[in-house]
Design a protein around this ligand. Structure first.
Ligand code: PNS
Length: 160
């Protein structure tokens, strides 16, 4: 039984994330989506809401579960018994950001990071841009799974 961890902030989960999780599931028997609590970025959505939205959006994908990464990703990867960390790449900037983390996580655990290339039709989707579009009143319906857009709009409204 092979296990992969798909880690991230998922603030919010996007259609690009779902694509990467599905691709990871195509390569591994089980995929654990690890939602990081202690990202250096300040989150729009609370951790419980991010977990709930991800669980709903991924409920139909067999062999996928969602959990919180409380501290170091390396510790989570060890606890889960993961064989790999899987991350999606949209382009070179993603690789530049991911490479030091992949090297550090391998240093800490010996676990490899596997990079997957997502659907190019989703390559423009980033959580940061989704939040920006929502903050300025644009539609994010095509960018995030069903149910996520309402949560993002609500969070934006409540933080005004
Ligand atoms: O979606 P993101 O924000 O690009 O994901 C980054 C994330 C959450 C994977 C990274 O910040 C992380 O692993 N955070 C947990 C704390 C940790 O292990 N930091 C050291 C990373 S080498």
């Amino acid at each position: 039984m092979t296990i992969a961890v798909c880690p991230g902030s998922f603030d919010p989960l996007t259609r690009g994330h779902v694509d990467v999780v599905r691709r990871a599931r195509g390569m591994f028997d089980e995929v654990v989506v690890g939602i990081a609590r202690n990202s250096s970025k300040s989150a729009l959505l609370g951790i419980d809401e991010r977990v709930a939205l991800a669980r709903t959006a991924l409920a139909g994908v067999d062999g996928v579960r969602v959990d919180v990464v409380e501290g170091l990703l390396a510790d989570f990867v060890r606890e889960v018994g993961a064989d790999a960390i899987v991350k999606g790449l949209r382009g070179g900037a993603d690789f530049d950001a991911e490479l030091p983390m992949a090297l550090m996580n391998r240093h800490l655990t010996g676990v490899e990071t596997v990079f997957v290339v997502g659907d190019p039709a989703l390559a423009h989707i980033a959580s940061s841009l989704v939040k920006d579009v929502a903050r300025f009143g644009g539609s994010i319906d095509d960018l995030v799974p069903d149910g996520v857009a309402d949560a993002v709009h609500e969070a934006v409204r409540s933080k005004r």
